[in-house]
Design a protein around this ligand. Structure first.
Ligand code: PMP
Length: 343
């Protein structure tokens, strides 16, 4: 069936115009700025560029994409929320998510008053094609959220294209952890699927969680919808400047990813020696989902030593999600775990 974007958008948003200012065409020019009720004094007195083209160019270059296909959010969290607000009618529409997956999909669905349909993953946390086809045959879900590598399980979706191809609505592929993974990014599928949105973030592999920058990729039509409908000036001027500086340090970013992946291997070997560990799930990300004999106990014992981990979903009984830290942090973790073993 032919994909019709105008039929996907919430009807009252078709053709809507966003907040626009004269300033948009005067970015980086010398002028007398009396149009935006700013304060003439101070270091941060001016509003930032609402659609930061320099940063977008750099991100397009890194991701082998075009700037017209790119849009930015205050973290990819903001883009998840915007996706629902652009395409789903509160109280009427539903989204579809994998279970378990990133918790914010469900939280934003609740905030937007949307129903949530869940695709239960199998015992290896994989999607099953037959089950998927069955579920979508009776579903009216407008947006499907696929997370690959998946948080909190760590594994990637195999044959991602199959799911994009078969879903009638919008498919969001959340690639927050893709740079840690050997898998290819779905950005290169954009030319084939007009219903595809890919989300990335500078919070993980790029090490800039504090700057709050999420990056969306989609057809030029969808990208301009997000740009029209996002909150004005959603990326602060400091974030724009610092992100651009960091992104120019490609070698440092690559070294850090390499270091994290080496540490991940070492951590895995260390965890294999811990008696309390029942299973370490295979991970393409910078964390492990680990089943313990008693996860609650381990969680508390680690917390008593000021080591914070994440006690996962109620349906992931006895599992903790543990990030790969710096060498010193990982050895502290292993030391405390081996002490618990000896109790
Ligand atoms: N998607 C996934 C799968 C995540 O794990 C996270 C952060 N934990 C996000 C999106 C949000 O990232 P941010 O808002 O920092 O870009």
């Amino acid at each position: 069936m032919e994909f019709n974007l105008n039929k996907m958008i919430r009807p009252h948003l078709v053709g809507v115009k966003s907040y626009q200012t004269l300033r948009d065409s005067y970015i980086n020019k010398q002028a007398v700025y009396l149009d935006a009720n700013e304060n003439p004094f101070g270091e941060f007195n001016r509003y930032p560029d609402g659609d930061p083209i320099k940063l977008k160019k750099k991100l397009a270059e890194i991701n082998l994409a075009k700037t017209e296909n790119l849009f930015l959010g205050n973290g990819s969290d903001e883009l998840i929320d915007l996706t629902m607000r652009i395409f789903c009618e509160p109280t009427k529409d539903s989204i579809m998510i994998m279970n378990p997956s990133f918790v914010m999909y469900e939280i934003y669905a609740k905030m937007n008053n949307l129903q949530v349909e869940k695709l239960q993953l199998n015992s290896d946390f994989e999607l099953e094609k037959g089950k998927f086809l069955n579920t979508i045959s009776t579903s009216q879900a407008k947006v499907l959220f696929l997370c690959s590598p998946n948080n909190p399980t760590g594994n990637s979706i195999s044959d991602l294209e199959f799911y994009i191809q078969n879903f009638k609505g919008i498919v969001v592929v959340d690639e927050a952890y893709i740079e840690f993974s050997p898998a290819d990014s779905a950005v290169k599928l954009l030319y084939k699927y007009p219903n595809l949105i890919v989300l990335k973030t500078l919070s993980k592999a790029f090490g800039m969680a504090g700057l709050r920058i999420g990056v969306g990729f989609a057809s030029a039509e969808i990208a301009s919808l997000f740009i029209q409908l996002k909150p004005p000036y959603n990326i602060s001027s400091e974030s724009q400047k610092l992100a651009l500086e960091q992104l120019n340090q490609v070698q440092e970013i690559e070294n850090n990813i390499g270091f994290i992946l080496e540490e991940k291997e070492k951590l895995k070997k260390g965890l294999d020696q811990i008696n309390e560990v029942v299973k370490i799930y295979s991970s393409d990300a910078n964390f492990f989902l680990i089943e313990f004999k008693d996860a609650q106990l381990i969680y508390q014992k680690l917390l008593d030593k000021n080591i914070l981990t994440s006690l996962r979903h109620p349906n992931l009984k006895n599992c903790l999600r543990i990030s790969v830290g710096a060498a010193q942090e990982n050895s502290e973790l292993l030391k405390v775990l081996s002490e618990i073993d000896e109790l």
